[in-house]
Design a protein around this ligand. Structure first.
Ligand SMILES: [Zn+2]
Ligand SMILES: [Zn+2]
Length: 312
């Protein structure tokens, strides 16, 4: 059997559609031809990853069909490319095959991630949009509470009696708070919503770092989206002459509120909030663990599985 025949028959083989004798011929070829063997493993893993992704009931039949069509197109595109290279020199087979497989896999993963949004016609930005009530409560907390502490000079430490997530928050935030002066660390609820509150100043500007529970009321859609929260990103708003920047973890919203201009608050939000966001993400059980070292096809399976897990 030649490589070309092998590749033509491979899908049918994986679907168990071939006669026993043909199966043997294929296996025999794979045994002696490393590129074809790699191709077989790669397609088998992709099928498996796809099967797992599609076995989740969140994917509609139609969505699976789209994904399958996409996969088929990618595989045949990569085949024709590999075929062309092969005529030049078979030595480069694997080296070219790998990046092509990677491209196909990235497209598939992107498709899987985007499917819930395609289905609901809702963009990630809309899905994760914070409610005006929450933004206004955060702005109001900053207005009512933060000014009381401008003069405070005692070292501020979050009491150990607050929610476990908030204990030691000022220490977690310290690495992002360079150049800021901390005046207070406490939990307050001037309008009913509880916020962990760190009050800072920088060159006379008053800055609040607020953390609150990510409940249904925190989101504009009035519900917690099932999609992966890491797609939420930084959301910004201007309210009551204040600039707000907000991040989300599975169970919390982290806000940086100040009277700084929008662009400055934007920069500050990223540096100040980032260690806090990382810390709370871990506490909330969002796995942001680095993807393990793997062969790429195995990685695809892991990646899709983890994406599905994040959605639940
Ligand atoms: Zn071969
Ligand atoms: Zn406060």
């Amino acid at each position: 059997m030649e490589c070309r025949n092998f590749k033509e028959l491979l899908d049918s083989y994986l679907c168990q559609e071939l006669a026993v004798e043909t199966n043997h011929q294929l296996l025999n070829h794979a045994e002696h031809c490393p590129p074809c063997r790699a191709e077989m493993a790669s397609r088998r893993n992709m099928r498996e990853a796809l099967r797992r992704a599609c076995s989740q009931d969140r994917l509609s039949e139609e969505a699976c069909d789209r994904l399958r069509a996409r996969l088929r197109a990618e595989v045949s595109a990569s085949e024709s490319l590999i075929g062309r290279r092969q005529r030049w020199t078979s030595l480069f087979d694997l080296r070219f095959a790998i990046p092509i497989t990677v491209t196909a896999a990235v497209l598939i993963v992107a498709a899987v991630v985007m499917l819930p949004f395609l289905k609901s016609q809702t963009t990630p930005a809309q899905l994760f949009e914070l409610s005006e009530a929450l933004l206004s409560e955060a702005a109001s907390d900053h207005h009512k509470c933060a000014p009381k502490f401008i003069q405070a000079t005692r070292a501020a430490v979050m009491p150990s009696t607050v929610e476990p997530t908030y204990v030691g928050l000022e220490k977690v935030a310290a690495s992002g708070a360079e150049g800021l002066r901390l005046h207070a660390a406490h939990v307050c609820a001037p309008d009913g919503r509880r916020f962990a509150h760190l009050v800072y100043t920088r060159d006379g500007a008053l800055i609040s770092l607020l953390v609150t529970e990510r409940d249904k009321r925190a989101l504009k859609i009035g519900n917690l989206p099932s999609a992966d929260v890491s797609l939420a990103g930084l959301q910004e708003a201007n309210l009551k002459n204040l600039s707000l920047g907000a991040f989300q973890t599975p169970k919390h919203v982290i806000l940086v509120v100040s009277d700084l201009p929008t662009a400055e608050n934007h920069k500050l939000a990223q540096t100040l909030a980032s260690p806090v966001v990382e810390h709370i993400r871990k506490l909330d059980g969002q796995s942001v663990a680095a993807l393990p070292q793997y062969r790429f096809d195995d990685g695809l399976t892991v990646l899709i599985a983890s994406l599905r897990k994040g959605e639940r």
